[in-house]
Design a protein around this ligand. Structure first.
Ligand SMILES: [Zn+2]
Ligand SMILES: [Zn+2]
Length: 267
């Protein structure tokens, strides 16, 4: 259980530091990571302004104050219009001309658990504002131990990625939620999309150069997600490292696999 302001700040500081480190290491994606750094700074501010108290009687998504999320939109649009990649700049100008009513609709649509998040601006803008608010809510709950669900046990979001963490002498697999960023433990040899369990149909792709990241794919449903292995690199920050290794997403998509859900930066 943690919900103190200090803990929240620490979490964002760790992410900010990591994205800076990785921007220096990964030249091909450095400009996207520098933009992500600005987004993270804004998300940290949104987190510090969001002080909702979680009510365990209600679904997480229904507790989000949409009006408060709307009030964060102008800062994100201005940042994206100035520093975002080209398609996002254009979209930010367009969104600026929308009224609040359209922003509310976009936020509500991104909050619909039945609709998977996409890589487009229609989800980038709402999701960037929603993630810190949703995370602050879920972080007030104690950690779960195990769930068989392939969606987030708190907000029903799809898994963004997998995280391998030391568990005794081995590594346990956790999934990280694409909306509220919660991690939940999940069995290792099972596809998080279609539940295939035949390990011959669950290929794992990695490169010798980067042992701490790999692709976990499924030949039955042709979906995949990336995993960050903290038993290999204890300094990795899964949310950030997953984005920095987007080159693996390009490689995997070329082989005909579809990601379960794209990350915030659209990879
Ligand atoms: Zn969630
Ligand atoms: Zn599958």
């Amino acid at each position: 259980m943690e919900s103190t302001t200090d803990n929240r700040r620490k979490r964002w500081d760790t992410r900010l530091l990591r994205v800076k480190e990785l921007a220096d290491l990964h030249q091909p994606i450095a400009s996207a990571l520098r933009f992500y750094h600005l987004v993270l700074e804004l998300q940290a501010e949104i987190s510090s302004r969001s002080r909702l108290v979680f009510n365990p009687e209600l679904p997480l998504r229904s507790q989000i104050d949409v009006a408060a999320v709307v009030s964060e939109m102008p800062a994100l649009l201005s940042l994206s219009a100035q520093h975002g990649p080209e398609p996002l700049r254009e979209a930010a100008h367009q969104w600026n001309s929308f009224g609040e009513q359209e922003w509310i609709q976009a936020i509500q649509s991104a909050l619909d658990p039945a609709r998977p998040l996409s890589a487009g601006p229609e989800d980038f803008f709402p999701r960037a504002c929603l993630q810190p608010v949703a995370e602050n809510l879920q972080s007030q709950l104690s950690e779960d131990t195990y769930t068989a669900n392939n969606v987030c046990p708190v907000c029903a979001g799809l898994p963004q990625m997998a995280v391998l963490q030391p568990e005794g002498d081995a590594a346990g697999r956790w999934l990280l939620c694409s909306l509220c960023l919660r991690q939940w433990s999940f069995r290792r040899l099972i596809c998080p999309w279609c539940r295939e369990e035949d390990k011959d149909k669950l290929p794992r792709f990695s490169s010798e150069e980067w042992p701490a990241v790999h692709v976990e794919a499924c030949d039955t449903c042709r979906r995949y997600l990336k995993a960050i292995d903290l038993t290999v690199d204890g300094l990795a920050v899964p949310l950030i490292d997953e984005i920095a290794f987007s080159v693996l997403d390009v490689w995997t998509a070329d082989r005909g696999y579809t990601k379960i859900v794209p990350n915030l930066m659209g990879f």
